[in-house]
Ligand binder design. Sequence first.
Ligand code: FES
Length: 159
Amino acid sequence: MGLAPLRSLFFALVHRLDSYERIVFCYGARTPSDIVYKDAVLNEWPKLDPKISFRMTVDKGDDSWKGNVGLVTTTLDNLDLWIGNSNAVVCGPPIMMKFSTFKLIDLGYKPEQICLSMEENMSCGIGKCGHCQLGKYYVCKDGPVFSYDQIKDFPEIWD
Ligand code: FES
């Protein structure tokens, strides 16, 4: 479901495609039937522009699936990007965000180049319940998007 918030970002980037050399969109779903925006993801978005590279995988395939099978972190293998001049945006379940972030760090991304969408634990959404507290931040009021650099030292980051 992390694709839902990134969909808006994707369209914003596509709208300003002249400002970017490349956009690499990495998407993982548990199974083919869990893919959201299925027709767009499988058929429309990968064909929008040659500057857009769409990498897709599922954890577990089925008889209809002809694409990659493996964790979403495998879509980060062999990225043909100038890491020093790019940013990564990650959204999804905490465990996926954790290992994707660690892999991005291994690839050479600096913590300030990685944006994490941390809305997983939000409840009231207006800064009253404290449910979303992450270190000194309220995710609902101060985020929900943070750079990894801002939050990497909080022990509860991946809870
Ligand atoms: S969701 Fe309640 S304080 Fe942030």
